[in-house]
Write a protein that binds this ligand. Structure first.
Ligand SMILES: Nc1ncnc2c1ncn2[C@@H]1O[C@H](COP(=O)(O)OP(=O)(O)OP(=O)(O)O)[C@@H](O)[C@H]1O
Ligand SMILES: CC(C)(CO)[C@@H](O)C(=O)[O-]
Ligand code: BAL
Length: 284
């Protein structure tokens, strides 16, 4: 496995892959890898001749300096895990390598509407940072396929929109959420939880499942339903941050034409902002 931190060396390897007609599968990450990331790697291995994993804690997508500062960086352990999985190349650049002019004058890629609603409203500038770095990674790695997690539901929708609007000839693959046995969605930020908070954390998924059950049984979604759910979260020890029920295809408000809904939840538990989501078939 190659571990590369410079654009010049990456370009050389990508040119070699392309010269040999290798189908390149990319898995963008911010490191601190867990089984959720490994499912993306396995999906990439199944869909490409060579697998490239990027590990880059992207400063442009952090709207909180404290979150960027404390974000877990475990490059050596990450590379050991990826090597065991048969990954071909890890691209792990520094911020200066990716943004040599700094962030202020860096060209940005912005996806209107979807980047400023829902999670985008809670995290101003976050999704512009995501679409900018993923666009740059696409240009540097030139993959034919790229794998992302459904755990970041809105991110996946944002990137599908970017690929469609900008004409990238890249297959975007959404990989189902990988959860701990108790239902908590795996996430690097779970590491911010204390032992006591970790025992509470699975309640987020359980409360979301109960809400999904109500919707799948035909109960109309109302503000009261959301308020009840928010109260359940508070009683469990969370501070609700986001609670949305939207059309799963458009992320707009549900309408009579909606065939599937998505529940999007984000809640604080101590220092960890946990997110989860679940699609609900409305046609049953
Ligand atoms: N539990 C999971 N199941 C499926 N995909 C996941 C999971 N966790 C992360 N991913 C995906 O892995 C890719 C990299 O995500 P990232 O490096 O931000 O890890 P993370 O666990 O989401 O960390 P955090 O959300 O705390 O930043 C993204 O496409 C993300 O959706
Ligand atoms: C896609 C991504 C790697 C871009 O930094 C990040 O948003 C993430 O890890 O989900
Ligand atoms: N996967 C989430 C990336 C972020 O929170 O910046």
């Amino acid at each position: 496995m190659l571990i590369i931190d410079s654009v010049a060396l990456l370009r050389r390897e990508i040119r070699d892959f392309r010269k040999n007609n290798k189908r390149i599968a990319l898995v963008p990450t911010m490191g601190n890898l867990h089984e959720g990331h490994m499912t993306l790697v396995e999906e990439a291995k199944a869909r490409g001749d060579v697998v490239v994993v990027s590990i880059f804690v992207n400063p442009m997508q952090f709207e909180r300096a404290d979150d960027l500062e404390r974000y877990p960086r475990t490059l050596q352990e990450d590379c050991e895990k990826l090597n065991k999985r048969g990954v071909d190349l890890v691209f792990a650049p520094s911020p200066a390598e990716v943004y040599p002019k700094g962030l202020a004058t860096q060209t940005q890629v912005d996806v209107p509407v979807i980047s400023t609603i829902l999670e985008g409203a809670s995290r101003p500038g976050h999704f512009r940072g995501v679409s900018t770095i993923v666009s740059k990674l696409f240009n540097l790695v030139q993959p034919q396929v790229a794998c992302f997690g459904q755990k970041d539901f809105q991110q996946l929708a944002l990137l599908r929109t970017m690929v469609e609007d900008m004409g990238y000839d890249i297959e975007i693959v959404g990989v189902p959420i990988v959860r701990a046995k108790d239902g908590l969605a795996l996430s690097s930020r779970n590491g911010y939880l204390t032992a006591d908070e970790r025992k509470i954390a699975p309640q987020l998924n359980k409360i979301m499942n109960a809400l999904a059950q109500r919707l799948s049984q035909g109960e109309r979604h109302t503000d009261e339903m959301l308020q009840e759910t928010a109260q359940q979260l508070r009683e469990a020890g969370f501070t609700p941050d986001e609670l949305f029920i939207r059309d799963a295809k458009t992320l707009q408000e549900l309408s009579v034409d909606s065939t599937s809904a998505v529940i999007l939840m984000a809640a604080w538990l101590g220092k960890a902002r946990l997110i989860d989501n679940q699609e609900v078939d409305l046609t049953q």
